[in-house]
Design a protein around this ligand. Structure first.
Ligand SMILES: *[C@@H]1O[C@H](CO)[C@@H](O)[C@H](O)[C@H]1NC(C)=O
Length: 116
């Protein structure tokens, strides 16, 4: 009995390990770590480093589904409202600086449920 349980668990864990890079939902932790290299631009408008564009391009590619995009939007709002040092116009011009178009304006009052 215990052995069967172990075997089932092993299969489940193995499947998760294989599926994770493709099916993982985007998390706020991922959003925050993607923005970390960008913080100088967001707060002070220093030139956008390539690492920042690489990170947010990766995030944009990871957020392919509507729920993922809404998650990212919600995380961005949380980051904005909890970091008063972030310049909103810099936050909104950042995707463009990296050649991305996120199709919405991020602000503390953005309605993330309207994003698709
Ligand atoms: C935000 O950045 C823009 C240009 O990058 C600047 O004109 C504006 O004054 C900044 N706003 C604040 C609140 O610092």
């Amino acid at each position: 009995m215990a052995r069967t349980v172990m075997r089932v668990l092993c299969v489940v864990v193995a499947c998760m390990a294989v599926a994770a890079p493709y099916a993982d939902a985007v998390t706020c932790g991922q959003v925050a770590s993607s923005l970390a290299p960008c913080i100088g631009y967001l707060t002070r408008g220093v030139p956008v480093p390539p690492a920042c564009c690489g990170a947010i391009t990766g995030l944009n590619n990871a957020a392919k589904s509507t729920p993922d995009r809404q998650t990212v939007c919600g995380c961005l709002k949380g980051i904005l409202t909890s970091n008063s040092g972030i310049n909103l116009s810099n936050a909104n011009s950042l995707p463009g600086k990296c050649g991305l178009n996120i199709h919405y304006t991020i602000s503390p009052s953005t309605d993330c449920s309207k994003i698709h």
